[in-house]
Design a protein around this ligand. Sequence first.
Ligand SMILES: [Zn+2]
Length: 180
Amino acid sequence: MKKILIPGMISDIIYNGVSGMDGAIFGDAKECPECSGTLVPHDNKKKRFATVIEHGAKRMIYVNVRRFRCKACGKLVYARSPFYPDIRMGSPIVDFCIANTDYFTYNHISKILKSMRILVDPKTIGNYEALNLPKPPSIEISKAQFPVSLLNLSNMGVPGENPTKNAVMLDLFINKNKKD
Ligand SMILES: [Zn+2]
């Protein structure tokens, strides 16, 4: 199988997007999905979004998801957040895995992610594939599929980075790729 090399600039943008999610707060919920009742804030749940490699060591990236209590039926409702139900990993990373399973082995996808300093073991990728989630919209960069959800992360909440600059750089790569 052909070895996939992700350009350093792309891998930096993806890494910054993922690690920049650390401490992000998701607090948006409209009404109770069960009974359309009014929601009142209940608490914040810390959820693991990703595991990355920083200076050679593992680092967990956590986000905060607000929970609400329905005033009418008492149901606990999570704010909208980038997670699939019952998967303990941010959905943009899950999307990357399932976008590439038609093209690469689980082992190879794990290696591509690791080259971007994101850790997902091959067995976990197999578990995601088994869930038969819909294939996410994605863009091919350097022969790998990059889901839009993952690319979009680099446009938000990256401390010290210029989001517009990232977006322009990604655009350059994507356009260059199309001509190849
Ligand atoms: Zn309710």
